[in-house]
Design a protein around this ligand. Structure first.
Ligand SMILES: Nc1ncnc2c1ncn2[C@@H]1O[C@H](COP(=O)(O)OP(=O)(O)OP(=O)(O)O)[C@@H](O)[C@H]1O
Length: 249
């Protein structure tokens, strides 16, 4: 079964003359870690927002874990999908524990079982000492780690992360990447993540989808893509080969 299958996706935002997605297609099987890569403005966040049911596509089809995008899509997908947005989505006046309790409640989890789970995850993410501190006073890395916990409290089968390692220090980044590997292996959770750090994506992902200007330009295993192009030494070379070096702003 495909974890995500996107076919000929189009999107033009209201008020925009230029389409953001121009026939994007890609698919990958369940259980993989996949990188959705592309230059600034390629349409990665737009694609994620459509997958989550937050933005409506203009044309094309989307299936997430076999669930087609229909009228009650968001309700159907809610339990199966965990999302870590690019912007930190925490209440700064609430403590980490209170934030996570709030997100757990949204999924119908309550009481001692939720409390135990939150404390275990805070410990796993190195946040046990900060559990009862306001998240507004957290460092970037601590906020990001708390945000990831919020996305996995309900044990989703697919986790989508939009630049989870942007702006965090080396220690937090290393912890987050190790968590993603372990989580994928031990729970079989499918992961789609975006990043501009291509060395990171090369090591983490079994598959990458490189998109540019609203379309897929190539999909494949990083090592296989590098081997297929004799002039490319790494994924960054492959990326530049397919997307060119013209600045996008
Ligand atoms: N809400 C919106 N309304 C109008 N245009 C938008 C909106 N959101 C995104 N866009 C435009 O769509 C294009 C793609 O944006 P998107 O954020 O999906 O790209 P991205 O690949 O995630 O970029 P980045 O790497 O910079 O995060 C950009 O030109 C952006 O200005």
């Amino acid at each position: 079964m495909y974890s995500i299958a996107v076919q000929d996706l189009h999107k033009t935002y209201n008020g925009s003359l230029e389409p953001t997605l121009k026939g994007l297609s890609f698919a990958f099987p369940t259980g993989k870690i996949v990188g959705l890569l592309g230059p600034n403005g390629a349409g990665k966040t737009t694609t994620i927002s459509i997958l989550c049911g937050l933005v409506k596509a203009g044309k094309g089809s989307v299936q997430v874990l076999g669930i087609p995008q229909e009228a009650n899509y968001r309700e159907r997908i809610k339990r199966a999908l965990g999302v870590v947005p690019q912007q930190i989505a925490l209440f700064p006046q609430l403590t980490a524990f209170e934030n996570l309790e709030y997100f757990g409640n949204l999924y119908g989890f309550k009481g001692p079982a939720l409390k135990t789970q939150i404390l275990a995850l805070l410990e796993q993410f190195g946040l046990e000492k900060a559990a009862h501190k306001e998240t507004g006073k957290f460092s970037g890395g601590m906020k990001r780690r708390t945000n990831i916990i919020a996305a996995i409290l309900h044990r989703p089968r697919l986790l989508i992360l939009d630049e989870p390692t942007a702006g965090v220090d080396v220690q937090s980044r290393s912890m987050i990447l190790q968590f993603l590997r372990d989580y994928n292996r031990s729970e079989g959770v499918s992961i789609l993540y975006t990043s501009h750090l291509l060395e990171e994506a090369q090591h983490l992902c079994e598959d990458v989808v490189i998109m540019d200007d609203g379309r897929q330009v190539v999909q494949g295993n990083p090592a296989a893509l590098i081997n297929a192009l004799p002039a490319c030494r790494n994924l960054e070379d492959v990326f530049l080969h397919f997307t060119g070096s013209k600045l996008r702003d």
